[in-house]
Design a protein around this ligand. Structure first.
Ligand SMILES: NC(=O)c1ccc[n+]([C@@H]2O[C@H](COP(=O)([O-])OP(=O)(O)OC[C@H]3O[C@@H](n4cnc5c(N)ncnc54)[C@H](O)[C@@H]3O)[C@@H](O)[C@H]2O)c1
Length: 305
């Protein structure tokens, strides 16, 4: 098949593009290499992939001969209050509207990377897809708006879109602003780790290889209009995860405790039963295995993060 991956120079998008290529598909990527984090890192992610530099909110995609779009491009991160909000609107809402418009016109399926952030402090744990979404960050709000755009374009223009709500993806090449990546960096340089909140906050951590497998399954087998949680299965608190990384690295982490950050939630816990039943996907990588892979990558390549 011929697939287009947006955000192909990013963390998850680069893994997805590589996996699709390894499975024998014809893959092209699109990314505008935003400076949300070090562009040199994105260039390393994209090395060996065919990635066109294009801002999805500004320029047309070109969908001739494309069988499916994996739309992973976006501006991530829950610390999205204040002056950065227009960037979230541009990279999430506007870019996604352009992608959906073109995909609907060309009759091409889109798998869209949404987020567990749409739930906010969820009304139930584990959280099923039909829980009321009530985001607590501007980022989560833009992702929820994109989900609604998928539904609106489905209804009005026959867009075939599948929505995936990723729960905290981690592994080699994780973004430098993300929790495990910052822990690895401080374990390596001996610096003090700034821990927001009590450390008792917990997450459904999802290994990137598992997230990629769910994403491919969604393209291949999901019914149009479906929404799926993609969560790692195992839930761990931030302090438990730090303990695991300390054990794997044989190092101790110096902690400085700070107030909980705005936009962060206390808990995420995915109910994965829908995707398990309908697509046969379950996560297969334990947190310990995944963190071991992440640590060996980080200790080999992360200089400063
Ligand atoms: N990593 C996670 O834990 C996680 C969790 C939930 C949802 N998501 C979503 O999954 C997707 C991938 O996340 P990631 O962690 O790989 O992020 P990432 O920042 O590493 O990758 C996103 C890529 O999109 C590109 N991009 C942004 N705006 C663009 C635009 N207007 N035009 C073209 N390219 C643009 C960026 O340059 C970047 O390379 C994002 O949409 C994110 O919101 C990620």
């Amino acid at each position: 098949m011929r697939y287009l991956v947006t955000g192909a120079a990013g963390f998850v998008g680069s893994h997805l593009a590589e996996a699709l290529r390894a499975a024998g598909h014809d893959v092209s990527g699109v990314d505008c290499f935003t400076d949300y984090y070090d562009v040199a890192e994105k260039e390393r992610n994209a090395a060996g992939l065919d990635v066109r530099r294009l801002d999805l909110a500004e320029a047309p995609l070109g969908l001739d001969g494309v069988d499916g779009i994996f739309h992973l491009a976006g501006r991530p991160g829950v610390r999205s209050f204040g002056g950065v909000f227009p960037d979230y609107v541009h990279d999430n809402l506007l870019a996604t509207q352009r992608v959906f418009e073109q995909a609907a016109a060309a009759g091409v399926r889109v798998v869209f990377a949404s987020s567990s952030s749409v739930y906010g402090e969820a009304e139930a744990y584990p959280t099923p897809e039909d829980a009321l979404p009530l985001p607590v960050s501007p980022y989560g709000l833009t992702k929820l708006a994109c989900e609604h755009l998928a539904r609106v374009y489905g209804r009005a223009s026959g867009l075939d879109a599948v929505v995936l709500r990723y729960f905290t993806v981690y592994g080699p090449r994780q973004r430098p602003d993300m929790f495990f990546r910052r822990v690895c960096a401080r374990l390596l340089d001996g610096g003090t780790f700034e821990l927001y909140g009590s450390g008792e906050q917990s997450r459904s951590f999802t290994y990137v290889g598992d997230a990629v497998a769910a994403t491919v399954a969604a393209m291949e087998r999901a019914a149009p209009g479906t929404v799926y949680n993609v969560g790692g299965g195992e839930e761990a608190s931030v302090l438990e995860a730090i303990g695991l990384l300390e054990r794997l690295s044989g190092r101790r982490l110096e902690l400085r405790r700070l107030e909980a950050a705005r936009g962060d939630v206390e808990r995420t816990k995915a109910d994965d039963s829908r995707i398990a039943a309908e697509l046969g996907w379950t996560p297969t990588t334990s947190l310990e295995e995944g963190l071991a892979a992440m640590w060996s990558w980080a200790s080999g390549t992360v200089a400063d993060a």
